[in-house]
Design a protein around this ligand. Structure first.
Ligand SMILES: [Zn+2]
Length: 121
């Protein structure tokens, strides 16, 4: 006869449940998302008509940068920013504006023939 007393492993770890920390049931404060400042202005309106340059003529030229990717996925800091060059020479009738920051062509928005033409000496 085996009278083995039943091993009753009484696991009497009284469920001393971790008393929940008092919930601070104050008003839920939703931090207002700071409105992202859009540094990139909208692209300027393209010129109504194509701009032609007379050769060997000085112009005031307004152009802007439209480089949305300078090669590293980042737009040019000059993106959509138009600037006016007060004196641009048309050479043989071709004016190319190059962005100084991304070294890409800048579309020309407007060109005004200087009047009078500057005297070249
Ligand atoms: Zn640029």
């Amino acid at each position: 006869m085996s009278n083995q007393p039943e091993q009753t492993t009484m696991d009497t770890t009284s469920a001393d449940s971790v008393s929940d920390a008092p919930v601070d049931d104050g008003p839920i404060v939703v931090e207002p998302e700071p409105e992202e400042e859009i540094e990139t202005p909208p692209p300027p309106d393209p010129p109504a008509s194509s701009i032609t340059f007379e050769p060997f003529t000085w112009y005031e030229v307004t152009s802007y940068c439209n480089t949305t990717n300078t090669g590293n996925g980042e737009p040019c800091p000059n993106l959509n920013t138009s600037t006016t060059e007060p004196m641009v020479y048309s050479n043989a009738g071709t004016v190319r504006m190059i962005c100084g920051l991304c070294n890409k062509d800048r579309p020309i928005l407007a060109a005004t023939k200087l009047n009078p033409q500057p005297e070249m000496t």
